[in-house]
Ligand binder design. Structure first.
Ligand SMILES: *Cc1c(COP(=O)(O)O)cnc(C)c1O
Length: 395
């Protein structure tokens, strides 16, 4: 399918897809082959020279992986997709493609923990400079720009604070300064937010989360807006070798078919749960973009098509009550990760963000009492009952 459908429900099933040319398989076959035979020397030479379309070697490209790449590129309105072995591999490919020795990047302060750690503890060894700051304030970004700034990296909504950054305003600033804007769109999925349409240059995902949706695969993807960026990133990815495996690609592609359905159901649950928690006497605060109390509720309405299913909250009893609560849940699973059909609950300060020093955590709004829930596709009444009984045990 090439034309834009009216509905995301159609796009996730048909977008960028075509029937298997060999036998017409409705589901794309798993081409579990590391290499592809050439008919003759001339064909091999033509493929390497890029004069003939076709496959050479799976680190460079593979039909099953291409089907996944085309699907996500279609959903994100990008030039093309590059599937990677993990979300972190998508990120490191982007960082290596855009940053040189002594160049500087600006990133969202409250990001996925390892996204920040890889820069602070590893890329810094190669002379890369960085500032992880509150990117919800455009003036703050402007104040941190340096002559050697080469990358603006946003995560919105951010993990785990669910704070938003204004993609269009950041894109305008980045354009003015000639810096690429990269957005980690993992928390929304393309069904709810399309950063490239808002002016971003590159979007990335951890496919492990909403796109795959079943907590059974780790993967990532990069989707740039232009051919030029695609070529640059593709070159780095094939050289660095963070390629996805065909079987992994097939599973994610299968998951994407139900992305719109899963997002709709989990979001419906999240809205109700956020309201339930906000009105619960033991809950001190709730952060969910769909609540009018969220400081960026209006921005969420402007740049997202829905508020998603990630929320965080703190209890009156603070850290200890929070720990008691996550030990008391029965239906929600105590686990990191997100975006699966099952609801997951976790405590970032002692789990996903334990590697970020406490002062930096607190400055980024990741308070010790913060509990994050990735709301799944179970029935709302069952989820509410579970949280209610767990809250009762913390009183
Ligand atoms: C999980 C996650 C990543 C990293 O992805 P992996 O697939 O675990 O490597 C990056 N960004 C965000 C927002 C994530 O949630």
């Amino acid at each position: 399918m090439k034309d834009k459908p009216k509905s995301e429900f159609t796009g996730v099933i048909h977008g960028g897809q075509h029937l298997d040319p060999s036998y017409g398989g409705v589901s794309v076959p798993i081409y579990q082959s590391s290499t592809f035979a050439f008919k003759n020397a001339a064909q091999g030479a033509a493929r390497f020279a890029g004069k003939e379309k076709g496959y050479i070697y799976t680190r460079i490209g593979n039909p099953t992986i291409s089907a996944l790449e085309n699907s996500v590129a279609f959903l994100e309105n990008g030039y093309g997709g590059m599937a990677t072995s993990s979300g972190m591999s998508a990120l490191t490919t982007i960082l290596i493609a855009f940053l040189d020795k002594n160049s500087h990047m600006i990133g969202t302060e409250a990001v996925y923990g390892p996204s920040r750690m890889v820069v602070e503890s590893e890329l810094s060894r190669f002379g890369i400079e960085y500032d992880y700051i509150d990117t919800s304030d455009i003036k703050n970004i402007e104040a941190h720009l340096r002559p050697n700034t080469r990358l603006l990296f946003l995560e919105t909504p951010a993990n785990p604070t669910i704070i938003l950054s204004d993609i269009r305003a950041c894109a305008d600033l980045a354009k003015k300064k000639g810096i690429p804007l990269v957005v980690d769109n993992t928390f929304s999925s393309p069904v709810l937010q399309k950063p490239l349409d808002l002016g971003a240059d590159v979007v990335m995902h951890s496919l492990t989360k909403f796109l795959n949706g079943h907590s059974d695969v780790v993967g990532g993807i990069i989707v740039p807006k232009t051919e030029e960026l695609f070529k640059r990133l593709r070159k780095v990815l094939t050289l660095m070798g963070g390629t996805m495996d065909p079987h992994q690609a097939w599973l994610v592609l299968r998951g994407i078919k139900t992305l719109a359905l899963r997002v709709e159901k989990s979001q419906e649950n999240a809205i109700k749960l956020a309201q339930f928690l906000e009105n619960h006497p033991q809950v001190k605060w709730v952060n969910y973009p769909g609540l009018p109390s969220h400081p960026q509720h209006d921005l969420a309405k402007k740049q997202m098509k829905g508020f998603g299913s990630m929320l965080c909250f703190g209890l009156q009893g603070g850290y200890d009550a929070g720990r008691k609560m996550i030990d008391a849940v029965k239906l929600c699973t105590l686990a990191v990760s997100l975006g699966g059909v099952e609801s997951l609950i976790q405590h970032p300060a002692s789990m996903t963000h334990a590697g970020v020093p406490k002062e930096k955590r607190e400055k980024a709004g990741i308070s010790d009492d913060l509990i994050r829930i990735s709301v799944g596709c179970e029935g709302y009444e069952d989820l509410k009952d579970d949280l209610e009984q767990a809250l009762a045990q913390t009183a």
